[in-house]
Design a protein around this ligand. Sequence first.
Ligand SMILES: Nc1ncnc2c1ncn2[C@@H]1O[C@H](COP(=O)(O)OP(=O)(O)OP(=O)(O)O)[C@@H](O)[C@H]1O
Length: 243
Amino acid sequence: MNLSDQQSDAFVVEGVSKVFGGFRALTSVSLEVSHGEVRAIIGPNGAGKTTFVNIVSGVFRPTSGRIALGGVDITSFSPQRRARLGLARTFQITSLFRGMTVAEHMELAVRGADTSGRARAELLELMGLADLAHREVNTLSHGDQRVLEMAMALVLGPTFLLLDEPTAGMSVAETDRMIRLIGDRLRGKIGVIIIEHDMNVVTQTSDIVTVLAAGAVAASGPPATVLSDPMVKELYLGNAASH
Ligand SMILES: Nc1ncnc2c1ncn2[C@@H]1O[C@H](COP(=O)(O)OP(=O)(O)OP(=O)(O)O)[C@@H](O)[C@H]1O
């Protein structure tokens, strides 16, 4: 894969490696996510998922390799500059402010950009949060808080959204709602990269699953194929080394 050959609206990771001290956390990871695609990244503990998220979002620089968004090489861009180019993200740990309302969080999320209050209200409506606009966030359920974080990430109209374990800590009903939001509201409209442990979520939301193991891509393909692959099952059972 060559950055100059890529589809211009795709998100491209090309030969990315990351070394911490003497430890190689990622080894030549390459993937390409199309606009409108939902891509799940899975892998057992320690596979390199968090390192991957931090590199994609601009928290870490890769030791080698490149990242491009919409034909622009963003490898050296800060998280803020990536966001301005259309790459939004949510975090594993919730990052809301107690005492502030849902609507105030949406204002905070636009960071002074020229967006209308009406557009923000429509987004809240779309995400099922309209009735909660004037509630303080600490009075919301965990599920509503996570959906608000997603709405905040969407407020500037990103072309790609990175979701870091969006269903972590959710009840079954909350998880089902998140699956519907990703499937109905995001899929086909923007590119989504979802880091997820729940295979039910992966199966129901993603077009393609990429499996990371020991810092490298071990498999990639449609969820039904990848999740039934004996090698992938063994990775999760922790006995891949015996084969
Ligand atoms: N800052 C760091 N310094 C040294 N080693 C690190 C650092 N960050 C991560 N690692 C190592 O890199 C490997 C991959 O870690 P990473 O957190 O990316 O995996 P993960 O797939 O997110 O795991 P989990 O699902 O358990 O969160 C691990 O062996 C980890 O110990």
